[in-house]
Design a protein around this ligand. Structure first.
Ligand SMILES: [Zn+2]
Ligand SMILES: [Zn+2]
Length: 179
């Protein structure tokens, strides 16, 4: 037993042990500094506020390892870039919805090329005599084949188009105005 203690004391006192200890300490410090930089890099990608990023980095610096661990638990789940991308997607979907008009009768969304409402069969637009494409009531010529369009009150039901434009304006004030 006495012998074993003697051996341990010899190992601890040897220059080899001192060297190994220094290497270990160095590795721990390198890891700590690396984690502080990682926190900075990660926080900048996730947090918009410079002050909060600063607090995250300081925590990681002042409380080695534990600070970084706490940051990883509390950080926002999403990257800022992903959040912005999602917001843009939602905005674009909203604009798509806005650009759609609605049926004056049943308020069913109606696409630009619908001539009747698919839900209530109400007439929404006229069609070109020559090519059969849908035409708005204020168009003076068919943009698809160039054929002249009959004057208002002739071929198109003004009442329907009027009601239709009114409904579309009610649906969204920001929508492209009808002339
Ligand atoms: Zn309808
Ligand atoms: Zn035409």
């Amino acid at each position: 037993m006495e012998n074993t203690f003697e051996t341990i004391r010899e190992i601890l006192g040897s220059p080899m042990w001192g060297f190994a200890w220094k290497i270990l300490l160095f590795a721990v410090i390198v890891l700590w500094v690396a984690l502080v930089f990682w926190t900075l890099k990660d926080a900048r990608k996730r947090i918009d506020d410079a002050v909060i990023v600063g607090v995250a980095v300081a925590t990681s610096l002042v409380f080695p390892f534990i600070g970084t661990l706490v940051y990883t638990m509390l950080r926002p789940a999403e990257y800022l870039a992903d959040v912005r991308e999602r917001e843009l997607e939602m905005l674009s979907m909203e604009q798509d919805l806005r650009s759609m008009r609605v049926c004056p009768e049943c308020r069913e969304p109606a696409k630009d090329d619908y001539i009747v409402c698919p839900k209530c069969r109400r007439s929404l637009r006229g069609t070109c005599d020559s090519c059969g494409r849908p035409l708005e009531h204020w168009w003076k010529a068919c943009p698809y084949c160039g054929d002249g369009v009959a004057p208002a009150g002739g071929r198109y039901d003004d009442d329907v188009t009027e009601a239709f434009s009114r409904a579309a304006r009610d649906y969204d004030q920001e929508a492209t105005p009808y002339s």
